[in-house]
Ligand binder design. Structure first.
Ligand code: NAD
Length: 334
């Protein structure tokens, strides 16, 4: 049976990879996106899938209030004001829109008769005092507990995701909603916007810039997960988690931005000087997550190493690969 699936924010970075995967799996997909940062799906969905997807270019709040039928099999809620570090740190009230987007969403799902829901939270929901220079730990899901003392998450973005997770547990407990949350760490991939560090540094390496510039001290570290691995977890989580609880999407490995830049320079086959810009925002010092719970519950571990993933990002930028060819490679090669 064909499933009818709703993806809010389906034209963004995660959304494009999710929608292309869902279409390839034989589903019918309804995409809602106001294109504030997303890309029109008519520019990246392969024509073979015409008639298999419907696109509403509108605010997801308006869609849910006025247009949405109450029945979808699955719903993936990705629409959010995200942006890179500059947006999170220097435009924090704009990011507070996420509270309104999520409030509308949760009010809709408790009334709707959808089978399964996935809420995209974030590793930014974790307490920042566990991610400092002097003290940082591998972040485990139970370090966020709505029954114990709460830590302070990362800026407005983290607060909104933490609130979303709390609402997910309430939706499950009080309304019987089948809902899962995921906390992606640093998802990266070929077509990510250049306001994010991996594609930004990659483009500099493609241009063979010397020095090769990195924001912050360069010693700040993240847990990088290729977007196709992230999609695997989302598809598994919506099936196996129903009580509103969350799993990490992480590799368990901490990699500094200096290491990312070095890897990219090696891929580009040149030896630039690495230059750090300490006046640019860098976020927390060290954010990385345990993979144990995700492995235990979903049987998942990442398939794409950072080296392999960065090579894909480099080749995509270096070869000027069209977006559709990257998202639907099997259609292009036949
Ligand atoms: N990419 C990551 O590594 C990562 C990490 C943690 C969490 N997440 C979460 O995953 C989700 C998707 O992230 P992304 O990286 O694809 O971001 P993105 O900015 O690329 O995508 C968000 C999409 O939502 C759309 N949008 C924004 N406001 C909207 C509104 N009011 N109505 C309809 N559409 C709207 C934008 O146009 C965009 O297409 C977000 O909820 C984000 O917080 C992503």
């Amino acid at each position: 049976m064909t499933n009818r699936i709703l993806v809010t924010g389906g034209c963004g970075f995660v959304g494009r990879h999710l929608v292309s995967r869902l279409l390839r799996m034989g589903n019918e997909v309804v995409i809602v996106d106001d294109l504030s940062t997303g890309i029109d799906p008519n520019l990246w969905v392969h024509p073979q899938y015409e008639g298999k997807f419907t696109f509403y270019k509108m605010d997801s709040r308006d869609f849910l209030r006025t247009m949405a039928p109450t029945r979808f099999s699955d719903v993936y809620h990705l629409s959010a004001v995200v942006g890179g570090r500059l947006k999170i740190d220097r435009d924090p009230i704009a990011v507070a829109q996420d509270l309104a987007i999520d409030a509308e969403f949760f009010n809709w799902i408790i009334r709707s008769k959808c089978d399964r829901i996935l809420y995209a939270s974030s590793s930014a929901a974790y307490p920042v005092n566990l991610q400092g220079k002097t003290k940082h730990v591998k972040l485990k899901e139970n370090m966020i507990s709505f029954e114990g003392n709460m830590g302070v998450p990362d800026m407005t973005y983290g607060w909104s995701k933490l609130t979303g997770e709390f609402l997910a547990t309430l939706a499950a407990k009080h309304y019987g909603t089948h809902i899962a949350c995921v906390r992606p760490f640093s998802g990266y991939g070929e077509d990510q916007d250049k306001t994010y560090p991996v594609p930004a540094i990659t483009q500099r390496a493609v241009n063979r810039e010397d020095p090769l510039v990195i924001w912050g001290s360069g010693k700040q570290g993240r847990d990088f997960v290729h977007i196709e691995d992230c999609i695997d977890v989302m598809l598994l989580a919506i099936g196996k988690i129903s009580d509103g609880s969350a799993v990490n999407i992480s590799s368990g490995k901490l990699t500094t931005f200096l290491e990312v830049a070095s890897l990219l320079a090696t891929i580009a086959e040149y030896s630039p000087k690495l230059q750090v810009l300490t006046n640019m925002p860098q976020g927390v010092h060290a954010r990385f997550g345990s993979v144990n719970k995700t492995k235990k519950i979903l049987g998942w571990t990442p398939k794409i190493s950072l080296k392999e993933g960065l090579k894909r990002v480099f080749d995509y930028a270096n070869n000027n690969t069209p977006l559709m060819n990257m998202l639907f490679p099997e259609m292009i090669s036949h």
